[in-house]
Design a protein. Structure first.
Ligand code: HEM
Length: 519
């Protein structure tokens, strides 16, 4: 998980709009499971354009006056317009999905906030091309948080593949993901079973149950048990992990977040100067000790790979707390919201598919059972397409080259910063029909061809994460645990309803009703 992550505990209460997503309880008896047709013609191909045949155009847009331009753009982005309108209005104004603007935070945190913005599925993938862009120190965008927040080390996510340490550290994360892979399914099952038991009790007592906080605890416990065979509550860390992580992440991502506070307070506190690392020093030390004491085998492997135990531990902590926990914190509420909103017919089909596959596999959730759940898989990809958890991606041009949108070609100069807002690329109407709609069947059958346009992992879903690229190291693990969430939901429930509000980084979701599995 990367550039935009978390919500401080405080902020959960500061959400803006509120909406109820109805999903009616009655089950459709007329629609047999699996009978809904995959949405007609889900595929669209890119318009044919021979390389070099599109009209060259100067990149429209400008950066405004020094200092003032970046602050104006920051205010538009956070307050005057909001993120989506910030981009949409400029696409209209310049009649182009590629243009120049400043990205937050700007002064005084970033020394240069000028970027070329890419907002379509054709230009966006240049950000994955390691021959064209450099990814050094730009994981969070046009600024880099203090390395004091990560033990003095530049963590893997900030390293370019041309740096030797990138390969060493990514190899270590691959080891972490592999060496206890057999524990993932059982640990997920036991952790999320108790999460849903807790939520059911709360729902019975109070008439609703907040998913966010319970999910935070469950996600952290699951990761600690699955990766390190350690139950946080059996250690001195207790249940403090998620709160500490949120504070620590806020210090790193504050400059690119809005917490919904009044502008006159929030802009100077979060976006103008970096919050000092000492605010979280003691807490971070507690997390570090937890990881150091739990990850013996991983640290031994690090030494074999030529990495010091200390550097390895800071990296393992970051991969678990920032990348993995941060990702689950955004993705799981988003999935719950989208699936609840898709309604009872989809729920019935999912329940049928999940329970049928588990039954056929001796009543157990196994990899073989998961392979018999194509609809679950498609639902997960559709959630990752429509709401990619990490929306902002950056890359710096290594040399002069030409990029193409659907309509034009543009020349980019060495050293210029490229930035893509991913939801616009993965909801590009030239690629996806009804791109704004959550279509559960979108990636079934022929629809699988569209997976190359699903980019949540910082690369096409059809490509693999490697030591040479910057694609998410946990790509397959993320798809696995997301499918497991859908499985747990539909083993337990025939249908469920939620309420949700927008939060600093996604949705804050409350369960308002469930119907327990009836077959
Ligand atoms: C929902 C969960 C996750 C999401 C949405 C996510 C997303 C991403 C994205 C977008 C990037 C690229 C950022 C950039 O350079 O612009 C990334 C990189 C990375 N992710 Fe994930 N991630 C998730 C979970 C995980 C997990 C479970 C792990 C491993 C335990 C992981 C480890 C990493 C690492 C190590 C990198 C840097 C890769 C490199 O430098 O080559 N992530 N992730």
């Amino acid at each position: 998980m990367a550039s935009c992550l978390t919500v401080s505990p405080l902020l959960v209460q500061l959400q803006s709009s509120s909406k109820i997503r109805p999903c009616k309880w009655e089950r459709s008896s007329s629609t047999p499971p699996f009978a809904t047709k995959a949405s007609a013609s889900r595929t669209t191909s890119l318009p044919a354009s021979e390389p070099g045949k599109l009209p060259m155009r100067e990149i429209p847009g400008d950066y405004g006056l020094p200092f003032i331009g970046p602050i104006n753009d920051r205010h538009d982005y956070f307050y005057n317009q909001g993120t989506e309108l910030f981009f949409e209005s400029r696409v209209q104004k310049y009649n182009s999905t590629v243009f120049r603007a400043n990205m937050p935070p700007g002064p005084f945190i970033s020394s240069n906030s000028n970027v070329i913005i890419l907002l379509d599925a054709k230009s966006f993938p240049v950000l994955f091309d390691m021959t064209k862009v450099e990814k050094r120190d730009l994981f969070t965008g046009t600024y880099m948080p203090s390395t004091e927040l990560t033990g003095g080390y530049r963590i893997l996510s900030y390293l370019d593949p041309s740096e030797a340490a990138h390969e060493q550290l990514k190899r270590l994360i691959f080891f972490l993901l592999k060496y206890r892979s057999s524990h993932v399914i059982p640990e997920f099952h036991s952790t999320y079973t108790s999460l849903f038991q807790t939520l059911e009790k709360e729902l019975a007592d109070k008439g609703k149950a907040d998913f966010g906080n319970a999910n935070d605890q469950a996600a952290f416990n699951f990761l600690a048990r699955a990766f390190f065979d350690t139950n946080p509550s059996d250690t001195t860390l207790g249940s403090d992990g998620p709160t500490i992580i949120q504070k620590w992440v806020l210090l790193q991502l504050g400059p690119v977040l809005t917490l919904g506070l009044p502008k006159f307070l929030e802009d100077p506190i979060l976006h103008t100067f970096s919050l000092p690392p000492f605010l979280v020093k003691k807490d971070y030390q507690r997390l570090y000790e937890f990881f150091y004491n739990s990850s013996g085998s991983v640290l031994d492997e690090a030494v074999r790979l030529g990495i010091s135990k200390e550097e390895a531990c800071h990296n393992v902590l970051f991969a678990t707390c920032f990348n993995s926990f941060g990702g689950m914190k955004i993705l799981f509420p988003s999935m719950l919201k989208l699936i609840a909103g898709a309604g009872v017919k989809l729920h019935a089909r999912l329940a049928e598919e999940v329970r049928g596959a588990v039954k056929a596999n001796g009543g157990k959730v196994t990899m073989a059972a998961l392979e018999m759940m194509p609809l679950v898989k498609s639902v997960v990809y559709e959630a990752l397409r429509i709401e990619p958890p990490v929306r902002l991606q950056y890359g710096k041009a290594k040399r002069d080259f030409v990029i193409e949108s659907h309509e034009n070609a543009f020349s980019v100069k060495e050293g210029e910063m490229l930035f893509g807002y991913q939801p616009f690329a993965t909801k590009d109407p030239k690629i996806f029909e009804n791109a704004e709609e959550f279509l559960a069947d979108r990636f079934l059958g022929e629809g699988e061809k569209l997976l190359k346009y699903v980019l949540w992992s910082n690369g096409p879903e059809t490509e693999n994460t490697t030591l040479e690229n910057k694609q998410c190291a946990g790509k397959d693990f993320v798809v696995l645990f997301s499918r497991l969430l859908v499985v747990e939901l539909f083993l337990r429930y025939d249908t469920f309803e939620v309420e949700w509000k927008k939060s600093a980084l996604g949705a804050s979701v409350t369960l308002i009703s469930i119907k327990k599995a009836s077959f």
